[in-house]
Design a protein around this ligand. Structure first.
Ligand code: FEO
Length: 398
Protein backbone atom coordinates (compact mmCIF):
# COMPACT_ATOMS: atom_id res chain seq x y z
CA UNK A 1 0.00 0.00 0.00
CA UNK A 2 1.35 3.35 -0.98
CA UNK A 3 0.66 6.88 0.21
CA UNK A 4 -2.54 8.50 -1.02
CA UNK A 5 -2.88 12.03 -2.39
CA UNK A 6 -5.61 13.81 -0.42
CA UNK A 7 -5.29 17.33 -1.85
CA UNK A 8 -2.58 19.45 -3.45
CA UNK A 9 0.66 18.82 -1.53
CA UNK A 10 -1.17 16.74 1.08
CA UNK A 11 -0.68 12.99 1.38
CA UNK A 12 -2.03 10.26 3.63
CA UNK A 13 1.05 8.44 4.95
CA UNK A 14 -0.73 6.41 7.60
CA UNK A 15 -0.93 2.65 8.03
CA UNK A 16 -3.63 0.01 7.95
CA UNK A 17 -4.19 -2.54 10.70
CA UNK A 18 -6.97 -4.67 9.15
CA UNK A 19 -6.55 -7.64 11.49
CA UNK A 20 -7.01 -5.74 14.76
CA UNK A 21 -10.05 -7.13 16.58
CA UNK A 22 -9.91 -5.24 19.89
CA UNK A 23 -8.75 -1.65 20.38
CA UNK A 24 -7.80 -0.13 23.75
CA UNK A 25 -8.64 -3.37 25.57
CA UNK A 26 -12.42 -3.13 25.25
CA UNK A 27 -13.50 -1.67 21.90
CA UNK A 28 -14.35 -4.32 19.31
CA UNK A 29 -12.85 -3.63 15.88
CA UNK A 30 -14.56 -6.08 13.52
CA UNK A 31 -13.20 -4.19 10.51
CA UNK A 32 -9.71 -3.48 11.86
CA UNK A 33 -8.55 0.13 11.92
CA UNK A 34 -6.08 2.55 10.41
CA UNK A 35 -3.67 4.97 12.09
CA UNK A 36 -3.75 8.01 9.85
CA UNK A 37 -0.89 10.41 9.46
CA UNK A 38 -0.73 13.21 6.92
CA UNK A 39 2.26 14.79 5.22
CA UNK A 40 1.94 18.39 4.07
CA UNK A 41 4.54 19.53 1.57
CA UNK A 42 4.68 23.33 1.87
CA UNK A 43 7.95 25.22 1.69
CA UNK A 44 8.14 23.87 5.21
CA UNK A 45 7.13 20.23 5.55
CA UNK A 46 4.81 19.09 8.29
CA UNK A 47 3.35 15.83 9.50
CA UNK A 48 -0.02 15.76 11.21
CA UNK A 49 0.06 12.97 13.81
CA UNK A 50 2.25 9.87 13.78
CA UNK A 51 1.19 6.21 14.00
CA UNK A 52 1.24 3.36 16.50
CA UNK A 53 4.56 1.75 17.37
CA UNK A 54 5.09 -1.46 15.40
CA UNK A 55 4.00 0.05 12.07
CA UNK A 56 7.10 2.18 11.59
CA UNK A 57 8.46 0.48 8.45
CA UNK A 58 5.25 0.99 6.50
CA UNK A 59 4.93 4.55 7.86
CA UNK A 60 8.49 5.60 7.04
CA UNK A 61 8.38 4.09 3.58
CA UNK A 62 5.23 6.08 2.74
CA UNK A 63 6.86 9.30 3.97
CA UNK A 64 9.98 8.55 1.98
CA UNK A 65 7.95 8.41 -1.24
CA UNK A 66 7.86 12.22 -0.86
CA UNK A 67 10.71 13.34 1.38
CA UNK A 68 13.39 12.17 3.74
CA UNK A 69 12.26 12.21 7.38
CA UNK A 70 15.29 14.42 8.07
CA UNK A 71 13.73 17.07 5.82
CA UNK A 72 10.49 17.38 7.79
CA UNK A 73 10.27 20.59 9.80
CA UNK A 74 7.22 20.15 12.02
CA UNK A 75 5.11 17.45 13.62
CA UNK A 76 1.61 18.41 14.70
CA UNK A 77 0.51 16.28 17.64
CA UNK A 78 -3.27 16.51 17.80
CA UNK A 79 -3.44 13.92 20.59
CA UNK A 80 -0.83 11.98 22.56
CA UNK A 81 -2.48 8.55 22.93
CA UNK A 82 0.08 5.92 21.88
CA UNK A 83 -1.83 4.86 18.75
CA UNK A 84 -0.80 8.28 17.37
CA UNK A 85 2.32 9.07 19.36
CA UNK A 86 4.00 5.63 19.42
CA UNK A 87 6.31 6.39 16.48
CA UNK A 88 7.26 9.95 17.52
CA UNK A 89 10.49 8.80 19.26
CA UNK A 90 11.55 7.09 16.02
CA UNK A 91 10.88 10.23 14.00
CA UNK A 92 12.91 12.23 16.51
CA UNK A 93 15.75 9.73 16.41
CA UNK A 94 15.98 10.16 12.65
CA UNK A 95 15.38 13.90 12.83
CA UNK A 96 16.24 15.51 16.20
CA UNK A 97 15.55 18.98 14.71
CA UNK A 98 11.86 18.14 14.23
CA UNK A 99 9.75 20.72 16.08
CA UNK A 100 6.53 19.54 17.71
CA UNK A 101 3.31 21.51 18.11
CA UNK A 102 0.53 20.42 20.44
CA UNK A 103 -2.20 21.92 22.60
CA UNK A 104 -1.11 23.46 25.90
CA UNK A 105 -2.79 20.68 27.93
CA UNK A 106 -0.83 18.17 25.83
CA UNK A 107 2.57 19.61 26.87
CA UNK A 108 2.92 17.57 30.09
CA UNK A 109 1.53 14.47 28.35
CA UNK A 110 4.03 14.75 25.53
CA UNK A 111 6.90 15.33 27.94
CA UNK A 112 5.97 12.08 29.69
CA UNK A 113 5.62 10.24 26.39
CA UNK A 114 9.05 11.34 25.15
CA UNK A 115 11.02 11.70 28.37
CA UNK A 116 13.54 13.81 26.48
CA UNK A 117 14.00 17.43 27.52
CA UNK A 118 15.95 18.27 24.35
CA UNK A 119 12.89 18.00 22.08
CA UNK A 120 11.49 21.31 20.83
CA UNK A 121 7.80 21.48 21.69
CA UNK A 122 5.45 24.47 21.40
CA UNK A 123 1.99 24.65 22.93
CA UNK A 124 -0.71 26.28 20.79
CA UNK A 125 -4.30 27.39 21.32
CA UNK A 126 -7.42 28.06 19.26
CA UNK A 127 -6.74 30.52 16.44
CA UNK A 128 -2.96 30.14 16.46
CA UNK A 129 -1.50 29.63 13.01
CA UNK A 130 1.64 28.01 11.64
CA UNK A 131 2.94 29.27 8.30
CA UNK A 132 4.37 26.51 6.11
CA UNK A 133 5.15 28.88 3.22
CA UNK A 134 2.22 28.87 0.80
CA UNK A 135 0.19 26.71 3.16
CA UNK A 136 -1.13 27.55 6.62
CA UNK A 137 -2.19 25.43 9.56
CA UNK A 138 -4.71 26.76 12.06
CA UNK A 139 -5.36 25.11 15.42
CA UNK A 140 -8.54 24.59 17.42
CA UNK A 141 -8.52 23.32 20.99
CA UNK A 142 -10.91 20.38 21.30
CA UNK A 143 -10.43 19.15 24.87
CA UNK A 144 -11.90 15.80 25.87
CA UNK A 145 -12.33 14.38 22.39
CA UNK A 146 -11.55 12.15 24.15
CA UNK A 147 -8.47 13.19 26.19
CA UNK A 148 -7.85 16.64 27.72
CA UNK A 149 -4.99 17.13 25.26
CA UNK A 150 -6.91 16.93 21.98
CA UNK A 151 -6.89 19.61 19.31
CA UNK A 152 -8.03 19.88 15.69
CA UNK A 153 -5.79 21.20 12.93
CA UNK A 154 -7.08 22.91 9.79
CA UNK A 155 -5.20 23.34 6.53
CA UNK A 156 -6.54 26.72 5.53
CA UNK A 157 -5.81 26.88 1.78
CA UNK A 158 -7.11 23.35 1.03
CA UNK A 159 -9.95 23.50 3.62
CA UNK A 160 -8.91 20.20 5.16
CA UNK A 161 -9.84 19.45 8.78
CA UNK A 162 -7.68 17.03 10.79
CA UNK A 163 -9.90 16.28 13.83
CA UNK A 164 -7.81 13.37 15.15
CA UNK A 165 -10.16 10.90 16.89
CA UNK A 166 -13.18 13.11 16.18
CA UNK A 167 -15.51 11.80 13.43
CA UNK A 168 -13.26 8.76 13.15
CA UNK A 169 -14.14 5.10 12.68
CA UNK A 170 -12.35 1.86 13.27
CA UNK A 171 -12.53 0.64 9.70
CA UNK A 172 -9.67 -0.39 7.47
CA UNK A 173 -10.70 0.00 3.79
CA UNK A 174 -9.68 -2.87 1.48
CA UNK A 175 -8.49 -0.41 -1.12
CA UNK A 176 -8.02 3.32 -1.12
CA UNK A 177 -8.60 5.55 1.87
CA UNK A 178 -11.70 7.52 0.98
CA UNK A 179 -15.24 7.27 2.32
CA UNK A 180 -17.73 5.98 -0.21
CA UNK A 181 -21.12 7.69 0.04
CA UNK A 182 -23.82 5.26 1.17
CA UNK A 183 -21.35 2.93 2.90
CA UNK A 184 -23.54 1.72 5.75
CA UNK A 185 -20.75 -0.31 7.35
CA UNK A 186 -18.62 2.81 7.80
CA UNK A 187 -21.68 4.75 8.97
CA UNK A 188 -22.22 2.14 11.67
CA UNK A 189 -18.50 2.04 12.51
CA UNK A 190 -18.53 5.83 13.01
CA UNK A 191 -21.54 5.55 15.32
CA UNK A 192 -19.96 2.67 17.25
CA UNK A 193 -16.74 4.67 17.60
CA UNK A 194 -18.71 7.62 18.97
CA UNK A 195 -20.74 5.39 21.28
CA UNK A 196 -17.68 3.60 22.75
CA UNK A 197 -15.12 6.38 22.87
CA UNK A 198 -16.73 9.81 22.62
CA UNK A 199 -20.14 9.43 24.27
CA UNK A 200 -18.92 10.08 27.84
CA UNK A 201 -17.71 13.46 26.56
CA UNK A 202 -20.84 14.35 24.57
CA UNK A 203 -21.02 18.02 25.68
CA UNK A 204 -17.35 18.54 24.71
CA UNK A 205 -17.94 16.83 21.34
CA UNK A 206 -20.88 19.09 20.65
CA UNK A 207 -18.98 22.27 21.50
CA UNK A 208 -15.95 21.37 19.35
CA UNK A 209 -18.17 20.29 16.47
CA UNK A 210 -20.24 23.48 16.50
CA UNK A 211 -17.01 25.48 16.43
CA UNK A 212 -15.40 23.43 13.64
CA UNK A 213 -18.56 23.49 11.50
CA UNK A 214 -18.16 27.24 11.14
CA UNK A 215 -15.24 26.57 8.83
CA UNK A 216 -15.49 25.72 5.16
CA UNK A 217 -14.45 22.08 4.94
CA UNK A 218 -13.65 20.20 1.72
CA UNK A 219 -12.05 17.18 3.37
CA UNK A 220 -12.46 15.66 6.82
CA UNK A 221 -9.29 13.71 7.55
CA UNK A 222 -9.58 11.91 10.90
CA UNK A 223 -6.96 9.76 12.57
CA UNK A 224 -8.79 6.45 12.12
CA UNK A 225 -10.79 5.11 9.20
CA UNK A 226 -11.67 6.58 5.81
CA UNK A 227 -11.00 10.17 4.79
CA UNK A 228 -14.20 11.93 3.77
CA UNK A 229 -13.88 14.17 0.69
CA UNK A 230 -17.35 13.49 -0.73
CA UNK A 231 -19.50 14.43 2.27
CA UNK A 232 -16.86 16.06 4.51
CA UNK A 233 -19.30 17.29 7.13
CA UNK A 234 -21.31 14.06 7.27
CA UNK A 235 -20.01 12.74 10.60
CA UNK A 236 -19.66 16.22 12.07
CA UNK A 237 -23.37 16.69 11.51
CA UNK A 238 -24.00 13.20 12.88
CA UNK A 239 -22.15 14.24 16.05
CA UNK A 240 -24.65 17.08 16.47
CA UNK A 241 -27.45 14.48 16.28
CA UNK A 242 -25.71 11.99 18.57
CA UNK A 243 -24.74 14.54 21.20
CA UNK A 244 -28.17 16.08 21.43
CA UNK A 245 -29.46 15.68 24.99
CA UNK A 246 -32.30 13.18 24.74
CA UNK A 247 -34.94 14.52 27.05
CA UNK A 248 -37.11 11.67 28.25
CA UNK A 249 -39.19 14.00 30.38
CA UNK A 250 -40.09 17.68 30.68
CA UNK A 251 -39.65 17.41 34.44
CA UNK A 252 -36.54 16.45 36.40
CA UNK A 253 -35.97 12.77 35.79
CA UNK A 254 -34.94 10.42 38.58
CA UNK A 255 -34.13 6.77 38.02
CA UNK A 256 -34.51 4.39 40.93
CA UNK A 257 -32.54 1.32 39.88
CA UNK A 258 -32.50 -1.69 42.15
CA UNK A 259 -31.41 -5.31 42.44
CA UNK A 260 -33.38 -7.56 44.76
CA UNK A 261 -33.35 -11.30 45.52
CA UNK A 262 -36.24 -11.61 47.96
CA UNK A 263 -38.09 -8.34 47.42
CA UNK A 264 -36.69 -6.44 50.41
CA UNK A 265 -34.54 -3.94 48.50
CA UNK A 266 -37.37 -3.77 45.95
CA UNK A 267 -39.80 -2.78 48.72
CA UNK A 268 -37.50 0.08 49.74
CA UNK A 269 -37.16 1.11 46.08
CA UNK A 270 -40.93 1.21 45.65
CA UNK A 271 -41.37 3.35 48.76
CA UNK A 272 -38.65 5.76 47.57
CA UNK A 273 -40.21 5.99 44.09
CA UNK A 274 -43.74 6.44 45.47
CA UNK A 275 -42.59 9.26 47.75
CA UNK A 276 -40.78 11.01 44.91
CA UNK A 277 -43.77 10.67 42.61
CA UNK A 278 -45.71 12.99 44.90
CA UNK A 279 -43.29 15.78 43.92
CA UNK A 280 -42.98 17.53 40.54
CA UNK A 281 -40.50 15.00 39.16
CA UNK A 282 -40.63 12.07 36.77
CA UNK A 283 -39.52 8.80 38.39
CA UNK A 284 -38.49 5.63 36.51
CA UNK A 285 -38.24 2.56 38.73
CA UNK A 286 -36.50 -0.47 37.28
CA UNK A 287 -34.95 -3.80 38.19
CA UNK A 288 -31.36 -3.76 36.89
CA UNK A 289 -31.38 -7.53 36.31
CA UNK A 290 -34.45 -7.34 34.07
CA UNK A 291 -33.69 -4.24 31.99
CA UNK A 292 -31.71 -4.34 28.71
CA UNK A 293 -28.34 -2.62 28.76
CA UNK A 294 -29.10 -0.10 26.00
CA UNK A 295 -32.27 0.99 27.82
CA UNK A 296 -30.33 1.37 31.06
CA UNK A 297 -27.63 3.46 29.36
CA UNK A 298 -30.22 5.81 27.85
CA UNK A 299 -32.01 6.17 31.19
CA UNK A 300 -28.81 6.75 33.15
CA UNK A 301 -27.69 9.33 30.60
CA UNK A 302 -31.01 11.19 30.55
CA UNK A 303 -31.54 11.20 34.33
CA UNK A 304 -30.85 14.15 36.61
CA UNK A 305 -30.95 11.97 39.73
CA UNK A 306 -29.67 8.42 40.12
CA UNK A 307 -30.80 6.30 43.05
CA UNK A 308 -29.24 2.85 43.31
CA UNK A 309 -30.39 0.08 45.64
CA UNK A 310 -28.68 -3.26 46.17
CA UNK A 311 -28.43 -5.98 48.78
CA UNK A 312 -25.04 -7.21 50.00
CA UNK A 313 -23.84 -10.66 48.90
CA UNK A 314 -20.53 -12.01 50.19
CA UNK A 315 -19.39 -8.54 51.24
CA UNK A 316 -20.03 -7.20 47.74
CA UNK A 317 -22.52 -5.52 45.43
CA UNK A 318 -24.42 -8.08 43.31
CA UNK A 319 -23.17 -8.48 39.73
CA UNK A 320 -26.17 -6.96 37.83
CA UNK A 321 -25.78 -3.80 39.90
CA UNK A 322 -22.02 -3.65 39.29
CA UNK A 323 -22.71 -4.07 35.58
CA UNK A 324 -25.20 -1.21 35.75
CA UNK A 325 -22.86 1.07 37.68
CA UNK A 326 -20.12 0.33 35.17
CA UNK A 327 -22.34 1.76 32.43
CA UNK A 328 -22.01 5.20 34.01
CA UNK A 329 -18.49 5.89 32.72
CA UNK A 330 -19.74 5.02 29.21
CA UNK A 331 -22.20 7.93 29.10
CA UNK A 332 -22.11 11.60 29.96
CA UNK A 333 -22.70 12.03 33.72
CA UNK A 334 -21.85 15.68 34.19
CA UNK A 335 -24.11 17.43 36.73
CA UNK A 336 -25.89 14.29 37.90
CA UNK A 337 -26.52 13.53 41.59
CA UNK A 338 -26.98 10.15 43.21
CA UNK A 339 -28.01 8.29 46.35
CA UNK A 340 -27.67 4.68 47.49
CA UNK A 341 -29.63 2.26 49.64
CA UNK A 342 -30.17 -1.43 50.26
CA UNK A 343 -31.59 -4.16 52.43
CA UNK A 344 -29.08 -6.46 54.12
CA UNK A 345 -28.76 -9.47 56.42
CA UNK A 346 -25.67 -8.92 58.54
CA UNK A 347 -22.80 -6.95 56.91
CA UNK A 348 -24.54 -4.50 54.55
CA UNK A 349 -21.56 -2.94 52.70
CA UNK A 350 -23.25 -2.57 49.30
CA UNK A 351 -24.78 0.93 49.71
CA UNK A 352 -21.44 2.27 51.00
CA UNK A 353 -19.52 0.60 48.21
CA UNK A 354 -21.88 2.06 45.60
CA UNK A 355 -21.48 5.46 47.24
CA UNK A 356 -17.67 5.23 47.05
CA UNK A 357 -17.80 4.16 43.43
CA UNK A 358 -20.10 7.03 42.46
CA UNK A 359 -17.91 9.54 44.28
CA UNK A 360 -14.83 8.11 42.59
CA UNK A 361 -16.34 8.90 39.18
CA UNK A 362 -17.09 12.46 40.38
CA UNK A 363 -20.84 12.14 40.92
CA UNK A 364 -22.14 14.03 43.96
CA UNK A 365 -23.81 11.62 46.37
CA UNK A 366 -26.53 12.35 48.93
CA UNK A 367 -25.76 11.41 52.51
CA UNK A 368 -26.72 9.60 54.63
CA UNK A 369 -27.23 6.42 52.65
CA UNK A 370 -30.16 4.20 53.58
CA UNK A 371 -29.91 0.67 54.96
CA UNK A 372 -32.63 -1.60 56.35
CA UNK A 373 -32.12 -5.03 57.86
CA UNK A 374 -33.98 -7.93 56.17
CA UNK A 375 -37.72 -7.27 55.74
CA UNK A 376 -38.35 -3.48 55.85
CA UNK A 377 -40.47 -2.56 58.87
CA UNK A 378 -42.98 0.29 58.91
CA UNK A 379 -40.25 2.39 60.52
CA UNK A 380 -37.80 1.44 57.76
CA UNK A 381 -40.34 2.50 55.14
CA UNK A 382 -40.81 5.84 56.84
CA UNK A 383 -37.05 6.24 56.80
CA UNK A 384 -37.09 5.41 53.09
CA UNK A 385 -39.67 8.17 52.51
CA UNK A 386 -37.51 10.65 54.48
CA UNK A 387 -34.49 9.53 52.42
CA UNK A 388 -36.47 10.17 49.21
CA UNK A 389 -37.55 13.66 50.31
CA UNK A 390 -33.97 14.46 51.39
CA UNK A 391 -32.68 13.41 47.98
CA UNK A 392 -35.24 15.62 46.22
CA UNK A 393 -33.95 18.60 48.23
CA UNK A 394 -30.35 17.62 47.45
CA UNK A 395 -31.25 17.56 43.76
CA UNK A 396 -32.50 21.17 43.93
CA UNK A 397 -29.30 22.44 45.57
CA UNK A 398 -26.77 24.21 43.38
FE1 FEO B 1 -6.90 7.17 18.39
FE2 FEO B 1 -7.43 8.43 21.39
O1 FEO B 1 -6.41 7.64 20.10
Amino acid sequence: VRSVEVAGNLFWVGVKDPDLRVFDINVKTDYGTTYNSYLIMGEKKALVDAVKFGFQDDFLSKIEEHTAVEEIDYLIVNHTEPDHSGCIPLLLKKNPKLKLFCSKPALPFLKNVLNDASVQIEGVKTGDRLDLGGLTLEFQSAPFLHWPDTMFTYLVEEKVLFPCDGYASHFSPHDGMFYRPGDQVVDHAAWYYYDCIMRPYAPHCRKATEEALQKEISVCAPSHGPINNSEPKRFMQKYLEWTEVKKLSDKKLIVVAYASSYGNTQRLAEEIAATMQKAEVDVRLFDVAATPESEKRDLLEAADGLVFGAPTFVNDIVKPMWETLLLLPTVSTSGKRAATFGSYGWSGQAPGMMQSFLQSIKIKVYEPLLKARLVPSEEDLQEAATFARGFLEFLQEN
